[in-house]
Design a binder for this molecule. Structure first.
Ligand code: PMP
Length: 442
């Protein structure tokens, strides 16, 4: 039967998902799929969580939506309070939106308005990093440095410049210490600010642990601290995009606390609503909020569904589950087990060059040759094959072709639900191994 959905791909029919059950999704034919990537690092509580469902049922009987031009709501206020209670030092206000791209878009516009309010109108440039993804709306897409996603829209994109990512496996040179490497790549930010003119740069945007474009690549220790110093020296705002790596995915509610840096803004989404409702948020420092409050008193931005009561209710219930059930500790323990299982399975594999990540945010990178780190020829479509084989075996994972940027190998991103148990870790790694071997043999 013809589907009238205009979705991601016009090729091929998709199975119909009909039910969720913990770490599994079930389709209309009754097939079960282990959700090894939470979709795209979304379903951090797994599917059909009882507490979130109950909270949503109760809220829909009270209030679904009241426009933020007229009202605030209890769920939105409570969520903002709890996010701030748990946020890194200096973060003081929450701007609620409906997803990750909206949060990034808002951060860019807020940065611009902030500098207007404080009398620095020349500041308008964003510096980000190559091989990054910050969303698909035009502002967020412009900030991202993933050539494949940007190329055909290039004429529509604001002029953002990109420095190197912090990508130890690919870029640390022989004999270079981790610390020296981190400083070298962080210092590219200073060079770029000076090249553009410090009084024109408003923000540096980066993910603390890079997700979609690179496969769970954490910055080396010290990198983000040096980035913070450079931002401070030149009056540039530091925006950390935790849409994928935030909300406990790495074992910390905010990934950047592990790097011990205090950003000016943080974007979150995905795990915030855990898939139960679409929601994202921009968290911002008191200084930025105060500048708007002391100036025009109005952030020139907004969306109809911001602060949606049902979405905030879902996020509150998710946060309660994470904090009350001590799931962050479980993320760390199970993340270590997943890492160990991946290393046991793939540590000696001829075509796996790197296994990395933090918490339940892990990536493996495929290479044609381990000693040279040469990637596979993109024409093999290895990532797509792995995705297909894994899905056929009943595993959802998130492979991406790195070679589309010509800079790194295909990788597989893993981001299972925080509730994953040992047997499911074994199932995940076993099915992934079969899928990789089949894809390599094809
Ligand atoms: N930033 C990052 C780091 C992301 O991974 C994503 C989504 N993959 C986004 C922003 C965009 O979020 P959304 O798809 O919810 O708009």
């Amino acid at each position: 039967m013809k589907s009238h959905i205009f979705g991601r791909s016009t090729k091929g029919a998709l199975p119909v998902a009909t039910k969720g059950d913990g770490c599994y999704l079930i389709d209309a034919d009754g097939r079960r799929y282990l959700d090894g990537s939470g979709g795209a690092a979304v379903s951090c509580l797994g599917h059909s969580n009882q507490a979130v469902r109950a909270a949503l049922h109760a809220q829909i009987d009270q209030l679904a939506f009241a426009h933020t031009g007229f009202f605030t709501s209890d769920p939105a206020e409570r969520l903002a309070d709890r996010l701030i209670e748990n946020a890194p030092a200096g973060i003081d206000r929450v701007y609620l939106v409906s997803g990750g791209s909206e949060a990034v878009e808002a951060s860019i516009k807020l940065a611009r308005q902030y500098f207007l309010e404080i009398g620095q109108p020349k500041r308008h440039r964003v510096i980000a990093r190559r091989q990054s993804y910050h969303g698909n709306t035009l502002g967020a897409l412009a900030a991202g440095g993933n050539a494949w996603r940007r190329t055909q829209f290039a004429p529509l994109l604001a002029d953002t410049t990109h420095i190197s990512p912090c990508y130890e496996y690919r870029d640390r040179q022989d004999g270079e210490t981790q610390e020296a490497y981190g400083l070298r790549v962080a210092n590219e930010l200073e060079t770029e600010i000076l090249r553009l003119g410090p009084d024109t740069v408003m923000a540096f945007l980066a993910e603390p642990v890079v997700g979609a474009t690179s496969g769970a690549v954490p910055a080396v220790p010290g990198y983000l601290k040096r980035i913070r110093e450079i931002c401070d020296q030149y009056g540039v705002l530091l925006i950390l995009d935790e849409v994928m790596c935030g909300m406990g995915r790495t074992g910390k509610l905010f990934a950047c606390t592990e790097d011990d840096v205090a950003p000016d803004m943080i974007t979150i989404a995905k795990g915030l609503g855990a898939g139960y409702q679409p929601i994202g948020a921009l968290l911002t420092s008191a200084a930025i909020y105060d500048a708007i409050a002391a100036g025009t008193g109005f952030f020139q931005h907004g969306h109809t569904y911001m602060g949606h009561a049902m979405a905030a209710t879902a996020a509150n219930a998710v946060l309660s589950e994470i904090l009350d059930r001590d799931l962050l500790a479980h993320v760390t323990t199970q993340g270590d087990k997943l890492d160990a299982a991946l290393k046991a399975q793939f540590g000696d594999h001829d075509n796996i060059g790197d296994i990395r990540g933090r918490g339940l945010f892990r990536g493996i990178e495929l290479v044609a040759d381990r000693s040279t780190k040469a990637p596979f020829d993109p024409s093999r479509g290895l990532a797509a094959r792995i995705k297909k084989e894994a899905f056929a075996a009943g595993l959802i994972c998130y492979p991406m072709s790195g070679t589309i940027d010509g800079q790194h190998g295909d990788h597989v991103l893993l981001a299972p639900p925080f509730i994953i148990e040992d047997a499911q870790i074994d199932e995940l790694v076993g099915k992934l191994s079969t899928a990789i071997d089949k894809a390599l043999a094809a």
